[in-house]
Design a protein. Structure first.
Length: 128
């Protein structure tokens, strides 16, 4: 984005940090779950029934406002929507302190909880 002049200065750094936070918010819980997987079909099921719907309802490809009201509310609580919205507002310069704090807190809580659970599941797996 910086190379094409779409984002510069601190906003580019903020978008990068937000993208990393979004990745960690997904990666830590996935690592906690991944160590417990025994069969490949479980991984396939997660991709089919969790990851794909997250992409569809994240606001990345089309506006979440196009969804029915009840499904829009579901989309707003998904971690990918939080990350996409955080990165979008930071890149466009429309971020507010309150909105950014909510998105960062949501993603940070998910990442910390994922690390805590991952620590427990890895310890159990290593000592089993």
């Amino acid at each position: 984005m910086t190379a094409f002049g779409l984002c510069s200065g601190w906003s580019a750094v903020a978008v990068l940090v937000a993208a990393v936070l979004t990745g960690v918010a997904f990666g830590a819980p996935a690592a906690a779950w991944g160590v417990t997987v025994r069969q490949q079909r479980d991984v396939n099921a997660v991709f089919r029934f969790v990851i794909m719907p997250l992409y569809m309802f994240s606001g990345t490809f089309f506006a979440v406002t196009q969804l029915p009201h009840w499904l829009r509310e579901v989309a707003y609580v998904t971690p990918l929507w939080q990350g996409v919205e955080l990165c979008r507002t930071l890149a466009l310069g429309t971020a507010t302190a309150g909105g950014t704090a909510v998105h960062v807190a949501y993603l940070a809580i998910l990442a910390i909880a994922g690390f805590v659970v991952a620590r427990i599941t890895y310890r159990r797996r290593l000592h089993a």
